[in-house]
Design a protein around this ligand. Structure first.
Ligand code: DAH
Length: 350
């Protein structure tokens, strides 16, 4: 192989090794640049005779053209490859469906809680929240349920270590501890008025939240929701309880012909106490009595634990189950569905 042929061959190899246009331009300079190999060869012809110049010049030209066409081919190959890569990276499949933005929604129980807050809010009730890890004092003792009271056994719960009388040591079994918790804050705020023998603004509050018991079946979950209600003033009677709660139920279920029944019952923190049942007049549950809340006139001992004089202040309380209200409103028959997190169930409420 002569010198020119091997030059063309080494150009071809170098061009092939160039993987970017910049590499290729560098490789080109080694052959066709100002001090490139072809230029050197041209310069070297100066000493040759005219005849020799003719044939040598023609041969060099052939080689030069060969290198130039190799260069052009490689430039095109690199440009093609780049375009190809570009197209690959930006594939656009126009047959794909459009992208949807997933819209979340509120959990059915949250929808119920919002509804409860809205209805009681319109009746002048505040909304209070309290801790889920509660002290024995607020959960039981302050609610007139002393240590050895049998009612405690109905509230089998989860205890944590290290509790003292006021320190948190159990998962609250109901939202009733919020009665005393909230009232104590309220009384603190109006201490001066109360001490001066003047009237404090009434306590009118609901307290929704999570509660816990050792219980689990189709209608009981170890974690469930309650919503407490409390109205304390100088002249609040059982009649007010009936009016408020009846109004609430009719509004909540959007049924004016809903019938309520206040059935005598027992709770340590109310006297008298009543369980509240409702009866739909139409629909799949029509005619059945369905229990929705416990209630009663707040026990004098509890009023005392609120820091108030039970001779002067009186009122009622109730505690209802938002989970159950949700089941009744939407016709859900298994409570556990609410807490499984199955999107197929939950998305039906959007
Ligand atoms: N705390 C009671 C429970 O969990 C429900 C209850 C009954 C709440 C009577 C009240 C009430 O406020 O007055 O079973």
């Amino acid at each position: 192989m002569n010198e020119l042929d091997s030059l063309v061959e080494s150009a071809q190899q170098l061009f092939a090794q160039a993987l970017t246009p910049a590499d290729l331009e560098n490789a080109k300079a080694q052959f066709l640049g100002k001090s490139g190999k072809m230029t050197e060869l041209m310069k070297g012809m100066a000493q040759l005779s005219v005849e020799e110049k003719k044939s040598r010049g023609a041969a060099i030209n052939v080689a030069k053209q060969a290198i130039e066409s190799l260069l052009t081919a490689r430039r095109k190959a690199l440009a093609d490859a780049e375009l190809e890569a570009h197209l690959k990276a930006e594939v656009l499949d126009v047959t794909l469906p459009g992208r949807r933005r997933g819209t979340g929604g509120l959990h059915p129980v949250s929808l119920t809680l919002e509804r409860i807050e809205g209805i009681f809010g319109s009746m002048g009730f505040d909304v209070a929240e309290g801790p889920e890890i509660e002290s024995d004092w607020f959960n039981f003792t302050a609610l007139n349920t002393p240590e050895d009271h049998p009612a405690r056994s109905m509230h089998d719960t989860f205890y944590v270590e290290g509790g003292t009388q006021h320190a948190p040591n159990l998962l609250r079994t109901h939202t009733s501890p919020m009665q005393v918790r909230h009232a104590v804050q309220h009384v603190k705020k109006y201490r001066n008025l109360i001490d001066a023998g003047q009237s404090m603004p009434e306590i009118r509050v609901i307290a929704p939240g999570r509660t816990y018991r050792v219980d689990s079946d189709a209608t009981h979950s170890p974690m469930f929701h309650q919503c407490e209600g409390l109205w304390i003033g100088e002249n609040v009677s059982f009649k007010d309880l009936k009016v408020v709660f009846t109004d609430f139920c009719k509004t909540f279920f959007e049924q004016d012909d809903l019938v309520l029944r206040f059935r005598p019952s027992f709770f340590p923190f109310t006297e008298p106490s009543a369980e509240i049942d409702i009866q739909f007049q139409s629909g799949p549950l029509a005619g059945r009595w369905l229990e929705v809340a416990g209630s009663g006139q707040v026990h004098p001992n509890v009023v005392r634990n609120m820091g108030l004089d039970p001779e002067k202040y009186i009122g009622f309380a109730f505690g209802m189950g938002p989970d159950r209200l949700t089941m009744l409103r939407y016709g859900v028959n298994d409570l556990r569905l609410f807490f499984d997190g199955d999107i197929r169930f939950l998305s039906q409420f959007q």
